[in-house]
Design a binder for this molecule. Structure first.
Ligand code: NAD
Ligand code: DAU
Length: 343
């Protein structure tokens, strides 16, 4: 009997973390079949996947995770063993402007994928979630961290839609016995990060000598993880994680926004006078901080890239790949930027 090769559907694989995960999986498991399902929204870039398009173990399918017919057809064609769901509307500021599509993709899309998993059978459905489902922590309590037991307590339409999806995933496990896992990671940074997010936005603006828009006083804290470390954690969870469990992912690297922006200025030889304080984000979460004890102890995962190395690798990537982000910021994105930033 010929063994079927391991087949994994990666949704949202043309976006930031999903594309890094596609590269990681194809490199580490050359005998797996990897299928990327992506709608190619403003955040998805087919050019990002160009290096793997010709790989015979890779297939790209342009489809919406909310499109039941397209999703079921793909399951029939590919009979996947594992689904890893990265596909989402991911930007908090956009969710504040217009929540509707966040509810549609992040909640209904997740349900559509899981319904397909139930109908066709699956070994594992993995939901890529976020630390934002825990809400925020106060700045004056550095002793507090998010554990997997921290209650869900969301702030934005984005985080609420991700939390709703998490609850649905756990409900499909309990009610239908669907073999699921969930990971909740802190802020990622690295190659192919869409320029609407803090780190790439600041790098691109600094390189163009444009103002660096810092929300409020820049004192909000995020817990930054190099994207490759996130990908390695998900790889471990889908292979060795316990079904029905949630795993937090983070590397204890809390930093204030303003300090990140200053590091970028320094690395690029730009004056801090480019920093411009702008109106704060509505409902802005103060501090995120992950307690990764569970994934450390149960799966032996550790972050491998220190922030001082990761940020320099990232800045170098944006210097070496100007065409990638210049194409993005010169298109439709400019309208969004002009609407969002009055500077
Ligand atoms: P991204 O916005 O860069 O990419 C999202 C991708 O999903 C894009 O390729 C887009 O085309 C695709 N997509 C969107 N709607 C779709 C739909 N309806 N059907 C099919 N494809 C669709 O996002 P990202 O930053 O790479 O985040 C990926 C996942 O990781 C998200 O679920 C996000 O909530 C989660 N996450 C992100 C971070 C972070 O720091 N970026 C941290 C923790 C968790
Ligand atoms: O924590 C995980 C989350 O991290 C993910 O779930 C989200 O998908 C991802 O977008 C990210 O959310 P944040 O809101 O933390 O990331 P963002 O890059 O948008 O902002 C980081 C911090 O920087 C935040 O405190 C807001 C601030 N900021 C952001 C932008 C875009 C600014 O000060 N100026 C800006 O122009």
């Amino acid at each position: 009997m010929i063994n079927k090769i391991m087949t994994i559907i990666i949704t949202g694989g043309a976006g930031f973390i999903g594309s890094n995960f596609v590269f990681h999986m194809l490199k580490k498991y050359p005998d797996y079949r990897i299928i990327c399902l992506d709608k190619l929204t403003y955040a998805g870039n087919l050019s990002t996947l160009a290096p793997v398009m010709e790989n015979s173990n890779f297939r790209f399918v342009k489809a919406d995770i909310c499109d039941r017919e397209a999703v079921y057809k793909l399951f029939e064609e590919e009979n996947p063993d594992i689904v890893v769901n990265f596909a989402a509307e991911s930007h908090v500021d956009r969710s504040i402007e217009d929540p509707g599509i966040f509810l549609q993709t992040n909640i209904m899309g997740t349900a559509t994928l899981m319904n397909a998993c139930r109908k066709y059978g699956i070994v594992r459905y993995h939901q890529v979630s976020t630390d934002e489902v825990y809400g925020d922590l106060p700045l004056d309590r550095p002793d507090l961290f998010f554990t997997e037991e921290t209650p869900i307590h969301t702030s934005s339409p984005y985080s609420s839609s991700k939390a709703a999806a998490d609850l649905l995933v756990l409900a499909y496990h309990r009610t239908y016995g669907l073999p699921v896992t969930i990971s909740r990671c802190s802020n990622n940074y690295g190659p192919y990060h869409f320029p609407e997010k803090l780190i790439p936005l600041m790098i691109a603006n600094a390189l163009n000598d444009k103002p660096l828009p810092v929300y409020g006083e820049g004192l909000n804290v995020r817990d930054w993880l190099y994207v490759e470390d996130h990908c390695k954690a998900i790889d471990l969870i889908i292979h060795n994680g316990k079904i029905g469990e949630v795993y937090n992912i983070g590397g204890h690297n809390e930093m204030k926004n303003i300090d990140i922006v200053k590091i970028i200025c320094k690395a690029l030889g730009k004056l801090e006078s480019l920093i411009t304080y702008v109106s704060d984000r509505k409902g802005h979460d103060m501090r995120y901080a992950i307690d990764p004890t569970k994934i450390y102890n149960e799966l032996g995962w550790r972050p491998e890239t220190m922030f001082k190395d990761g940020i320099h690798k990232t800045i170098q990537w944006y210097l070496d790949n100007k065409e990638w982000w210049e194409t993005i910021i010169s298109g439709e994105y400019q309208n969004y930027y002009d609407k969002m930033y009055d500077i």
